[in-house]
Design a protein around this ligand. Structure first.
Ligand SMILES: N[C@@H](CCC[C@H](N)C(=O)O)C(=O)O
Length: 305
């Protein structure tokens, strides 16, 4: 066997899925071993040199009683996160399609509690996303007490932002029109604002009427995505706390629509939307401890002084 063959690792089977264009690589880590290293996740997430995805979703056996699976989520930058709404719907479809369960209601353990997933006859998946957290310390957000919105300063500008945790941290700004909202500039600035010590997903919410909103989200650890499920939940919570939205809201994201329902403080947020399988694939992982390929010197490389 030549050197390159000897340094190859095991095959990994995966499924590529998306929820409204927020795309995922899904791995069944019950039937095959998979070591979750941030560097490998970043390589797999690369849209030119890897599989390409916004998040990696990993299905693991449950670690507590009365749940069916453990659900782990990693952003494209390799960071592990607490929650992913579009991913939760894909998770439900994946475990049913792979016959890992035949239950109609699937209980899943996440890093921030248990969520319940239901696949409807129409193929749409509804998820009980749990009770939103508004206490600053729990988001986490730096403030003395909970407010409907807070003023943040960045780059000489002031932003009126709501802060909500859906298991993961969100900041929500209300804008006149999402099409012209400064998502690419203000998104990364507020994602890393010191008021959000664990960083945050930043949503730009346009209220069309009390039952209809438009939303773009700059996601922590990824950038702007075509849809963000927890972002849609957080935006409806923020919009309702500001008195702008009704209990049931159709949220239009660049990749499609979600139905979000929230009756008010102390109640869980319900989300309904599609989950789509794109293809299944296999790839060979690098061997454990294999040396990193050395970069060839190119003629244009500058000499170190
Ligand atoms: N796409 C997601 C959220 C994924 C995690 C997020 N980027 C974070 O860092 O919290 C969704 O659909 O909710």
């Amino acid at each position: 066997m030549n050197q390159s063959r000897r340094s190859q690792g095991p095959m990994l089977t995966f499924t590529k899925m998306h929820g409204l264009g927020n795309d995922f690589m899904v791995i069944d880590a019950i039937s095959q071993p998979f070591r979750l290293q941030p560097e490998l996740i970043r390589k797999l997430a690369d849209r030119n040199f890897g599989v390409g995805f916004d998040q990696l979703l990993v299905v693991e056996p449950p670690g507590m009683p009365d749940v069916d699976f453990r659900y782990r989520i990693f952003n494209a930058d390799g960071s592990e996160v607490e929650q992913c709404g579009n991913g939760a719907r894909c998770f439900a479809r994946f475990v049913r399609d792979c016959r890992l369960t035949n239950k109609k209601v699937i209980r899943v353990q996440t890093a921030k509690g248990v969520i319940e997933l239901r696949i409807g006859r129409d193929g749409l998946v509804s998820v009980n996303m749990g009770v939103p957290e508004l206490a600053p310390a729990a988001i986490p957000f730096v403030a003395d007490k909970p407010e409907t919105s807070y003023t943040l300063e960045a780059d000489g500008q002031r932003f009126d932002i709501s802060a909500v945790s859906m298991g993961n941290p969100h900041g929500v700004l209300v804008v006149d029109n999402v099409d012209s909202a400064p998502v690419e500039t203000v998104g990364p600035m507020l994602e890393r604002h010191p008021a959000f010590p664990a960083r945050a997903n930043i949503g730009f919410l346009q209220v069309v009427d009390r039952g209809h909103a438009r939303l773009r989200v700059f996601e922590r650890g990824v950038g702007e995505t075509l849809a963000c499920g927890t972002g849609a939940c957080a935006a409806v919570v923020a919009g309702r706390l500001r008195g702008l939205l009704d209990e049931r809201v159709e949220v239009e994201l660049p990749g499609g629509r979600l139905i979000i329902e929230w009756s008010g403080e102390g109640a869980p947020v319900m989300m309904e939307g599609p989950a789509t399988t794109v293809f299944e694939g296999q790839l060979r992982l690098p061997a454990e401890g294999s040396p990193r390929p050395r970069r060839q010197k190119r003629s244009g490389d500058r000499k170190k002084k």
